[in-house]
Design a protein around this ligand. Structure first.
Ligand code: 8GP
Length: 823
């Protein structure tokens, strides 16, 4: 790839920063607050982007390439300033300019709120994809919601998680631009009137007596690395139709005016903080239809403008990728627009739609499946529901034709059944592609979860193993290692991560090992300072940094990790000869606000930390740290500093994982189960360079099909496990309230609320996990062996770039062509 480095005029840039400060705040830089300085810098950087952004879209208008619309309820972008400086290839130059202005680049970057318009894996994947699409010069739009409040901020008080609102727009977000010219009306409720056109005899469907909002887009620039491509992330805000609806007011429809005002205010208010869990709230369905309708209307209009108003070949230039089922109403909305607004008949509209929409599945967790009650769905979206009904009717006919007399197939596959609208079934039926996000995950979809669909339409199914962008998670997050790698093998890895394999040549080289471990040490010092600053805990950078950061969910088994810490602590206390490498167990995780047992687990981790960190008798052999408010920005620091990457989900449950890839890239060893993309990580790095434990996914699925296993047997037979479990309820870690962790205890041992005991096989995997942990300890003692292993992890991470993933989507699903932007 030809890397393009634009000219940078340092003096002009400095002038711009000073000028921005003056025009924005009527201040000089030294009078300004840190936040105001950040804003002044950010606007100057935005200026550097603007011409490229304009040029990119001119080029798109001229060449009329096919465009992918990445439809997602979530984009977990992380901070933009540093990333934009990097992708402009002007990080060092800008840093120098800031130095000369007396500004510290790290402090300035630290002022930016993390735009956190996402929960976890799915949202961060979307952000990595946008980075790769722009870097690879593919035309694309991210389409989402401009939540007024993003992912909540987590504070830990007394060991408990407290959620506080993330008011990320308070100071104004410098990189966005409002695009009032692209406003669209989105309609909810009312009823559908059928009007017969006397001349043509055609029936037209008109929504009446509805409430509506105006969707107004804000665009954020998405910069390619080292090129002139600047794509857009388009997030929609909602405004009332008329702020104070005089028209309606005149007619006495005061109520309607107020309702529309409230609808607009509520709709984009907040991101639902659930990860891998479906809450089924009406407002959520409103959010979904809101951003989908606006995005699809805009996409169709754009296409029509470029094709004389003729929509019949839309699929040649437009494709919608559905990031999980959340935007699945895209299917029906596109049908509606094609039929009701462009006069196509059903078959024409269906032909276009089913060549335009594709679906990605991100989880097999049953509780994440979106199923809307018909009552709610049809009341909120009456016309959309009619269309879904007709899609379902035709689909059921197809099922009947293929499997005559097989009522069971209809029960399992129909889109509407049992009073519910099943979004995954709609996405699969209408989509031209269905993909999982790691090999194992896709196999499980084909063999288990979506078996019937796979049998009926195998050609739709394909795998796209996830990836991450090395620009953020190595080049920006770990500058020391990035520079070292570039010294050794050149900078090709930045846009072609496969090249990082060239490091394999150095893994036995003593000097290189030493350098690599020195960098790891410095990154551990950086994290230790962060921990000291935010947690007040001293941790030893010479200890093993053993890290589990991800959303808190039972299937991810943070509980297994902390139970093992309790077990280790018991060992240390009871056996004075027990020898172990000092270990710092680091956790970071947000729990959904309503997820009780997840929140209890956070409290448990903090209480265990409290007891162990304050026990002088173990002379600091174990430290436990819970990092508050884990998010993209501190994640970058954490990945760089990790020795051990905890990827310990119950096999079969983690669709892919992407944190696992970030750790690997930064030179950590995976301690994990054969789940999600761990399987492929092991394949790339070799079994001897990872530590694997636990049940296989086949074993888990087999147990599940047989009704589970009996954790009581383990409890009764394994003295160590029993001791740890008793400590959950004897007040050892909850002096004030010995009952505090009763729910956790029960979840492991007792059938309750219709749920079997230990459905995530924590006790079943405990012994094998403890052994794996011993193995880590043993390996760390061999310094050279360890260095080689972690270097190999970095060297073999090439497959896990989102650039590779995107190239696969482009080739197999989207069929896009690159557009090179000249300046
Ligand atoms: C996640 C999967 O749990 C994770 O394994 C995968 O790596 C990631 O998606 C990207 O593919 N799923 C979600 O984040 C998820 O389902 N979130 C939605 C409910 C918000």
């Amino acid at each position: 790839m030809a890397i393009h480095k634009a000219r940078f005029d340092k003096e002009e840039f400095k002038k711009a920063v000073v000028g921005n400060c003056k025009s924005l705040y009527r201040k000089t830089l030294d009078e300004a607050s840190q936040q105001q300085r950040f804003q002044s810098v950010a606007y100057a950087v935005k200026d550097l982007i603007m011409d490229k952004w304009i040029a990119t879209h001119k080029q798109y208008d001229k060449e009329d390439p096919k465009v992918v619309y990445y439809m997602s309820m979530e984009f977990l972008m992380g901070r933009a300033l540093g990333n934009n400086m990097i992708n402009l290839m002007q990080y060092k130059e800008i840093k120098k300019a800031l130095d000369e202005l007396g500004l510290d680049v790290d402090e300035i970057e630290d002022q930016e709120p993390d735009p956190a318009l996402g929960n976890g894996g799915l949202g961060r994947l979307a952000a990595c994809f946008l980075d790769s699409l722009a870097t690879l010069e593919y035309p694309s739009y991210g389409c989402g919601i401009r939540y007024r409040y993003g992912m909540f901020k987590q504070e830990i008080k007394d060991g408990y998680q407290i959620e506080t609102p993330d008011d990320w727009l308070r100071e104004g977000y410098p990189f966005e631009i409002k695009r009032s010219e692209y406003r669209y009306e989105v309609k909810f409720g009312g009823y559908v009137k059928v009007v017969k056109d006397e001349k043509t005899g055609r029936e037209n469907f008109v929504q009446e007596d509805y409430r509506s909002v105006i969707a107004v887009p804000y665009d954020l620039p998405i910069l390619g690395y080292g090129n002139n491509t600047v794509n857009s992330l388009r997030i929609w805000d909602a405004e009332p139709v008329v702020t104070f609806n005089l028209n309606s007011f005149d007619k006495g429809d005061y109520q309607k005016a107020i309702e529309e005002e409230n609808l607009a205010k509520n709709i984009v208010e907040v991101l639902y903080p659930n990860d891998n869990h479906y809450a089924g709230k009406e407002l959520r369905l409103k959010q979904q239809y809101f951003f989908v309708s606006a995005s699809v209307q805009r996409a169709v209009d754009r296409y029509k403008n470029m094709h004389n108003g003729d929509v019949s070949k839309l699929y040649e230039k437009v494709t919608f990728q559905l990031n999980d089922t959340h935007p699945t109403v895209t299917v029906a909305e596109l049908m509606r627009i094609l039929m009701d607004e462009n006069g196509l008949d059903w078959d024409q509209a269906w032909d276009i739609t089913s060549k335009t929409v594709a679906y990605t599945n991100h989880t097999i967790m049953a509780e994440a499946l979106e199923k809307w009650p018909i009552e709610l769905f049809s009341r909120l979206l009456p016309r959309i529901y009619q269309i879904v009904e007709e899609i379902n009717r035709r689909f059921v006919e197809e099922i009947k034709a293929k499997y005559p007399g097989d009522q069971e197939k209809i029960r399992k596959m129909a889109i509407i059944y049992d009073g519910q609208v099943k979004m995954a079934h709609l996405a699969i039926c209408a989509g031209y592609s269905v993909n999982g996000v790691a090999k194992l995950h896709t196999e499980i979809l084909k063999k288990q979860e979506l078996k019937d669909f796979y049998e009926m339409m195998p050609e739709k199914f394909n795998n796209k193993t996830n990836g991450i962008t090395q620009r953020r998670f190595l080049l920006h997050g770990n500058p020391l290692l990035a520079e070292w790698i570039t010294d050794k093998i050149g900078d090709g890895w930045i846009t072609d991560l496969k090249q990082i394999d060239k490091l394999s040549l150095y893994v036995d080289d003593k000097k290189a090992q030493q350098e690599f471990m020195n960098i790891k040490y410095k990154n551990k010092v950086r994290l230790a300072e962060y921990i000291k600053k935010y947690n007040g805990i001293d941790v030893d950078p010479n200890s093993i940094f053993d890290v589990q950061v991800k959303r808190l969910h039972e299937y991810k088994r943070q509980l297994l990790n902390i139970l093992h810490v309790m077990y280790l602590y018991n060992k240390l206390k009871s056996d004075p000869t027990f020898d172990m490498e000092p270990r710092t167990f680091i956790f970071g995780a947000k729990a959904a606000a309503g997820y009780r047992i997840a929140k209890q687990t956070i409290k448990l981790i903090n209480n265990v930390a409290n007891v162990i960190n304050n026990d002088a008798s173990i002379s600091g052999k174990i430290k436990v740290v819970f990092i508050e408010n884990y998010r993209v920005s501190n994640g970058e620091i954490i990945f760089a500093a990790a020795d051990v990457s905890e990827q310990i989900s119950t096999a079969s449950k983690e669709a892919s994982g992407t944190g696992n890839m970030k750790f690997m890239l930064n030179g950590a060893i995976t301690l994990g189960t054969m789940d999600g993309a761990n399987v492929e990580i092991v394949q790339e790095v070799g079994e001897e360079n990872a530590v694997i434990f636990g049940l296989s996914s086949d074993e888990v699925i087999k147990y599940e099909n047989e009704g589970g296993y009996d954790p009581m047997e383990i409890f009764n037979e394994d003295q160590d496990v029993r001791e740890v479990l008793m400590e959950l309820i004897n007040g050892k870690y909850s002096e004030n309230d010995p009952e505090e962790f009763r729910d956790i205890y029960n979840s492991l041992l007792n059938f309750q609320d219709g749920r079997r005991a230990d459905i995530y096989f924590i006790l079943k995997d405990f012994k094998s996990y403890a052994k794996a942990q011993e193995e880590i300890d043993k390996r760390y003692k061999d310094k050279a062996g360890w260095a080689k292993t972690v270097m190999l992890n970095t060297a073999k991470s090439g497959k896990f770039s989102s650039d590779r993933t995107i190239e696969e989507y482009v080739k197999d699903i989207w069929k896009l062509e690159k557009v090179h932007v000249e300046m």
